[in-house]
Design a protein around this ligand. Structure first.
Ligand code: BTN
Length: 327
């Protein structure tokens, strides 16, 4: 069910008072027993409701779950999230979004899941996506741009997510090229941008974003210990996911639309505001091999410029960076 339940709309309209069972039953056109069943269904969905059939019912609180009607409450994005597919569990939201895009899903369609059983990361890695502890979602994009814009789209996404996170939590993430988001040197957010199309034309893109929100240290598997972190670990307190997801969709839409219409200068400035790669010695792995060198700059085409040990400057459009320690 992707629409707000009518019973919830009725209860939410009277936040400070009880709504009688009789009124609810008349408005829903169902028996009093059925009203009671609907109330219990909402409670099972995480809504806190007090009352009895005789006194009536009152909504006390809403859950921090990614129900489409909850995400849309106060969402200021116009396109991103207008179509919103919510899943309790799936293999990968990128897979679902890709299938929907192939069937014609419009730009801005969002697929979000409470957990992923086969969450995918870049370079064939898996992405740990435990139930309700993070934001695991994908957005369908249909830019009228050539695939040469892909590096910019990937950089823009990282910068937009960093901006939204800073605005919502006050934390200032660092971006490791191209778009890994770090706090205290540990990764808490990754972005997987996948394209369908030809070398000449983008048919559509799936922008997959994973944010570790409420994991505690002990929630991470051993292989991620010391490497991964979450907003909760960084802030020392639980973080509401809904406001975060809303702001992410709003800022992503704003930066994406700006870039598509007016070019990538604004995304570049935003990326530079958060980046922690330039000037650093790094090891960069690509499909073609490995380079050890110093990151010099971000080229006007979105390439990372790296000066190798032989003094030559190489341009990279994709790859995996390991920042080296320098004494
Ligand atoms: C990375 O840094 O390696 C990218 C991680 C991307 C994870 C997200 S979670 C939502 C979407 N679905 C996936 O399977 N992957 C992306």
């Amino acid at each position: 069910m992707q629409e707000e339940p009518l019973l919830l709309t009725i209860l939410a309209a009277s936040p400070d008072s009880y709504v009688s069972g009789e009124e609810i039953s008349a408005r829903l056109g169902v028996s009093r027993t059925a009203v009671w069943k609907h109330i219990n269904l909402l409670r099972r969905q995480g809504y806190e409701i007090v009352g009895t059939a005789r006194r009536g019912y009152r909504l006390l609180s809403r859950p921090d779950l990614l129900y489409p009607w909850e995400v849309r409450r106060g969402l200021k994005a116009e396109v991103f999230g207008r179509e919103f597919v919510y899943l309790q569990e799936t293999d990968s939201t990128n897979n679902v979004a890709r299938r929907l895009a192939q069937e014609g899903a419009p730009e801005g369609t969002v697929v979000a899941a409470e957990s992923q059983t086969a969450g995918r990361g870049r370079w064939g890695r898996s992405w740990f996506s435990p139930r309700q502890l993070g934001l695991w979602f994908s957005v369908v994009l249909r830019p009228r741009l050539a695939p040469t814009s892909l590096p910019w789209l990937a950089l823009m996404a990282g910068a937009a997510v960093a901006r939204a996170l800073e605005e919502t939590t006050g934390l200032r993430p660092g971006i490791k090229w191209p778009n890994d988001l770090l706090l205290g040197g540990r990764k808490f957010c990754g972005i997987l941008l996948e394209m369908e199309g030809s070398p000449e034309e983008i048919s559509f893109l799936v922008l997959g974003i994973g944010v570790n929100v409420n994991q505690q240290e002990h929630d991470f598997p051993p292989e991620l210990l010391g490497q991964a972190t979450s907003l909760r670990v960084a802030l020392g307190q639980e973080v509401a996911r809904l406001p975060l997801l809303r702001r992410l969709l709003e800022v992503l839409e704003e930066e994406y639309c700006w870039g598509c219409r007016r070019g990538w200068e604004r995304a570049r400035s935003l990326w530079l505001r958060y980046e922690v790669t330039l000037g650093r010695m790094l090891r960069l792995r690509t499909g073609g091999g490995e380079v050890l060198g110093r990151a010099l700059d971000l080229g006007e085409d979105g390439a990372l410029l790296v000066q190798g040990a032989d003094g030559r400057v190489h341009r990279f459009y994709a790859g995996e960076v390991e920042l080296c320690r320098e004494e």
